[in-house]
Design a protein around this ligand. Structure first.
Ligand SMILES: O=c1[nH]cnc2c1ncn2[C@H]1C[C@H](O)[C@@H](CO)O1
Ligand SMILES: [Zn+2]
Length: 368
């Protein structure tokens, strides 16, 4: 008999997270502590529970632009070596306690230099924090590996510099590159120079595309820029024609356009973030989230948190929501987890080792 699926048992299952923002996952109390240390007085509350609620409510706006405004506060308190290090350490600890065995955590180094840090100081502080958090988690009995993704902001003009920074740290824990920020009006091809450089370096990158803007953004990310994965990519459903009203009817009637066919054929990983998509209006609800259809059509779907603070979520919660909405079983959750691990930016043999040593045995216990 398989173990019953509930919050406690999902918490124990090994999980893989490819899309999580460091500046979107701070503990509310840490924001308050760091703000006091540096004299930042613009927080909407200095009570941790109230501040946590404020972030979730403010982010629940139906617009990506307004969702992103909440990051002003988290970025403001992440401007010192100590602050960055603490946030990164707690991130690794929190993910480990959530049952995550492998995580790629991203942040934009260029947003953390306003109080005088240099880009290498920012990266060193974050990597030291991850190492510290992994060690603390190990003392508590959790095994987690954390890789960093360096993000460049799409509205800014530092992507080539950040791409070079990421490559310079490739043997020190930065496993890939990303671009993020408001999507409409800032197409990925603005940063073609960075992506061409990364391809020449045999480096890995993902691009936030197909979240607030649709198919043209996904097409550019893949066919002009050469992204390995899509950050969100949820709007790929705009290229799938369906009839009927139930999920079964949609699956049976689905007709893929050329771009969605390409994404499926090439096994392009989709870093789907259900709760975040509902908050920004990219999906109407969890039950109506395109992940239901995309999973049934065998796209390479992965499940992610995006911003644990703003979305008041965790990997356990995202998986629980999906089991409730779509009746997912342990084998569905294992499939999603293995998909994510296969899509990671670390070396193939290292991905396989985590699948064989941690993911498969973990799910075997739950399925037994
Ligand atoms: O879902 C998102 N879409 C686009 N940009 C995002 C999303 N979540 C966070 N960001 C931005 C805000 C952060 O400051 C930045 C780097 O992590 O990335
Ligand atoms: Zn994101």
């Amino acid at each position: 008999m398989p173990v019953e699926l509930n919050r406690d048992t999902i918490l124990r299952a090994p999980k893989v997270l490819l899309h999580d923002h460091l500046d979107g996952g701070l503990r509310p109390q840490t924001i308050i502590d760091l703000a006091a240390e540096i004299g930042y007085d613009k927080l909407p509350s200095t009570d941790a529970a109230e501040l946590g609620r404020w972030f979730a409510e403010a982010a629940d706006s139906g617009s990506l632009e307004r969702y992103l405004e909440t990051f002003d506060h988290t970025v403001a308190v992440m401007q010192t070596v100590g602050g960055l290090r603490r946030v990164a350490s707690e991130c690794a600890q929190d993910l480990a306690a959530d049952g995550v065995v492998y995580a790629e955590v991203r942040w934009a180094p260029e947003q953390h230099v306003s109080e005088g840090l240099t880009l290498p100081q920012v990266v060193d502080a974050v990597l030291a924090g991850f190492a510290d958090g992994v060690a603390v988690a190990a003392e508590r009995g959790y095994t987690i590996r954390v890789g960093a993704l360096a993000t460049a902001m799409r509205h800014a003009a530092r992507s080539r510099e950040i791409a070079e920074l990421a490559v310079a740290y490739r043997d020190h824990g930065v496993v890939g590159f990303d671009i993020a920020g408001a999507e409409a009006g800032f197409p990925p091809t603005r940063h073609l120079d960075a992506f061409e450089y990364l391809r020449r370096e045999n480096y890995h990158f993902t691009i936030h595309a197909g979240e607030a803007f649709g198919l043209p953004s996904i097409w550019e990310a893949l066919q002009w820029c050469g992204a390995d994965r899509l950050g969100h990519g949820v709007r790929i459903v705009d290229d799938i024609a369906v009839t009927g009203s139930t999920l079964d009817e949609h699956v049976d009637s689905a007709r893929l356009g050329r771009l969605s066919q390409y994404v499926r054929d090439k096994r392009i990983p989709l870093e789907l973030c259900p709760s975040s998509n509902v908050q920004t209006g990219a999906a109407p609800s969890i039950a109506a989230h395109p992940i239901g259809l995309l999973r049934r059509l065998h796209f390479r779907v992965t499940v992610n948190t995006d911003n644990r603070l703003m979305s008041d979520t965790s990997m356990t919660k995202e998986m629980l929501l999906l089991t409730e909405a779509f009746g997912y079983s342990w084998s569905d959750l294992q499939w999603l987890t293995v998909n994510a691990m296969k899509s990671a930016f670390i070396a193939f043999d290292e991905r396989l080792a985590i699948i064989n040593a941690q993911i498969k045995p973990g799910y075997a216990d739950l399925l037994a």
